[in-house]
Design a protein around this ligand. Structure first.
Ligand SMILES: [Zn+2]
Length: 195
């Protein structure tokens, strides 16, 4: 079982403008009736969230259970948005654009089919950044050293503003687009998770 969620992260929000952008996104989602305007302790896992509104069904193509999702948690401040049990598949070097895959055939990746060292390499750098530090990753293909925030991860995002849709089925592409619009056209990425 477990709890599924969808996350949407704003890659361009800064420490300074994240609170105001969060307010605008909440306003936009409330206006679309995707969420209700009052925070509730029952709408997110381990945090307060905005309960799902009457138009939540417009945000998913298929509702697996047909039941209302929990709600939306707003995360302001440095956060590593990822899939929890759903791992990061790969990261891409910002200089040479070569992908470093973390999962693959046993001939290359051993019996677990996982590049544990690679995952740790990325996770450790992401954790340092989350705690307020700076961390660089060195590309094993081209040798370039670039901040972890410049690497593109499949299934994760390092961002100062994010929205977690708890107990939600897969979001339609409209939702990240609505969020991007509310931020004034920021780069927005999304993914899913299970906890
Ligand atoms: Zn490279």
């Amino acid at each position: 079982m477990g709890t599924y969620y969808e996350w949407v992260a704003d890659l361009d929000a800064t420490e300074a403008d994240a609170p105001e952008l969060a307010r605008r996104v909440v306003e936009a989602l409330v206006a679309r009736k995707v969420i209700l305007p009052e925070l509730s302790p029952d709408a997110a896992l381990g945090a307060d969230g905005y309960p799902a509104g009457p138009a939540w069904a417009d945000t998913v193509d298929v509702s697996v259970s047909g039941e209302s999702p929990w709600g939306v948690e707003v995360r302001v401040g440095r956060e590593v948005h990822n899939g929890a049990q759903i791992g990061v598949d790969a990261v891409t070097c910002p200089r040479c654009s070569v992908r470093r895959e973390f999962y693959g055939p046993p001939e290359e990746f051993g019996p677990t089919c996982t590049d544990d060292e690679g995952l740790r390499w990325f996770d450790d750098a992401a954790a340092v950044w989350r705690e307020g530090g700076e961390a660089d990753l060195e590309c094993r293909t081209c040798g370039a050293v670039a901040p972890v925030t410049e690497w593109q991860a499949d299934g994760a995002a390092l961002a100062r503003l994010g929205f977690v849709f708890w107990g939600w089925d897969e979001l339609r592409a409209d939702v990240p687009r609505w969020i991007a619009e509310a931020t004034g056209g920021h780069r927005v990425v999304n993914g899913r998770g299970k906890i």
